[in-house]
Design a protein around this ligand. Structure first.
Ligand SMILES: [Fe+2]
Length: 217
């Protein structure tokens, strides 16, 4: 949860210090969310295996670069608003409202299914932050809207791997990373004509923890 922030001694012109603190509080959780997303994307970059490895491995890094740039932009906006930035890993873990990414080494399509859920959470919360700052601070709102242009494009890059020619999404009924990873694996195996997709999918995700991750960031 966003921690209540002390009111700054000054903030940007035309905002009250109280509003500056309120906007910075909204941004602090977005900072944690995108820091978490950048680390999660790198984790996927290192842990994808199997067919299409190189395409997915190399697709991820440009997303990491953009998300890291957004992290810096958010942090500097918090400072500009006159408050201190909480940028340490401990602060992130203490404040976050979502679980750690739940999948280790796995097929590319399993990670893509799980990343669909991750991006859904990030984008939903980023859109809410944009809505919540629309009246308070149009400059912060504009920054968040700018992020959403690219984050939603990246989400499409992920989903395009999980979509069939009829426009159906393999993960459309999934709201957990593990469930989406399994749906992605089954989708891939159906396309490849492999037999017992459920058993193969179970084997593919068998090394993960049993904790269900909501994927909200
Ligand atoms: Fe790398």
């Amino acid at each position: 949860m966003a921690r209540k922030r002390s009111v700054p001694r000054f903030t940007v012109p035309s905002l009250t210090p109280e509003i500056g603190a309120q906007v910075a509080g909204i941004l602090q959780l977005r900072l944690h969310a995108l820091n978490d997303l950048a680390l999660t994307l790198k984790h996927v970059h290192w842990n994808v295996v199997g067919p299409h490895f190189i395409g997915v491995h190399e697709m991820i890094d440009p997303q990491v670069d953009v998300v890291r740039a957004y992290v810096d932009e958010i942090a500097e906006r918090i400072a500009t608003l006159g408050t201190s930035v909480q940028g340490t890993p401990g602060a992130l873990v203490a404040a976050r409202t979502w679980d750690d990414y739940s999948i280790g080494r796995a097929d590319t399509i399993a990670h893509l299914g799980a990343l669909d859920v991750v991006y859904q959470g990030v984008i939903t919360d980023h859109r809410k932050a944009a809505d919540d700052t629309e009246e308070l601070d149009p400059v912060t709102n504009d920054m968040l809207i700018g992020h959403l242009h690219q984050l939603e494009l990246f989400h499409w890059f992920i989903r395009a791997h999980l979509e069939n020619s009829a426009g159906a999404l393999a993960t459309e009924d999934d709201d957990t990373e593990k469930g989406a990873a399994k749906s992605g694996t089954e989708f891939d195996e159906e396309g490849a004509g492999v037999g017992d997709s459920g058993a193969a999918a179970d084997a593919a995700i068998g090394r993960r923890s049993s904790a269900e991750a909501p994927g909200k960031k």
